[in-house]
Ligand binder design. Structure first.
Ligand code: SF4
Ligand code: SF4
Length: 133
């Protein structure tokens, strides 16, 4: 499985909502695997990945329609958590990320994402209570 850096966050906090049915079906399949297996190898790629593959935001040239924004999310995840373009064990690297994440870091990484105010990202990734979300 291939994931871009900031999708190490989104796959943890995904709660069943998405851009369209194809995107949600793919997310359900991928997060179902990542959340039930114990040791899943994931190849980190600094480009579009297996989530982007079924996203309506993926353009014909292969880039994201919000390329500048999502590249910034990736860059911040890379910098904060020293992520490299290589294979990790998903459950290990996401546990490490949750251990280091603060609400300030998450706000800096993806505070302008449309899902930030409405999804489970803050609760799952930095322990904010639902009333804060
Ligand atoms: S706020 Fe957006 S980019 Fe950040 S973890 Fe949630 S869905 Fe992903
Ligand atoms: S919005 Fe962009 S980065 Fe996010 S899944 Fe869709 S194509 Fe990929």
């Amino acid at each position: 499985m291939r994931l871009r850096p900031h999708h190490l966050l989104c796959t943890q906090s995904y709660s069943g909502k998405g851009y369209n049915d194809a995107f949600v079906d793919n997310m359900n399949q991928i997060t179902g695997k990542l959340r039930t297996e114990e040791k899943t190898p994931v190849e980190i790629v600094f480009s579009n990945d297996d989530l982007c593959a079924c996203c309506p935001g993926r353009m014909e040239n292969g880039l994201c329609k919000d390329n500048k924004k999502v590249n910034s999310y990736d860059k911040k995840v890379i910098d904060y958590f020293h992520i490299e373009e290589k294979t990790y064990i998903y459950q290990d690297i996401t546990q490490e990320i949750r251990g280091k994440m603060t609400s300030e870091m998450l706000a800096d990484i993806c505070g302008d994402c449309e899902w930030y105010p409405i999804s489970a990202c803050r609760r799952v990734l930095c322990g904010a209570s639902f009333s804060d979300c």
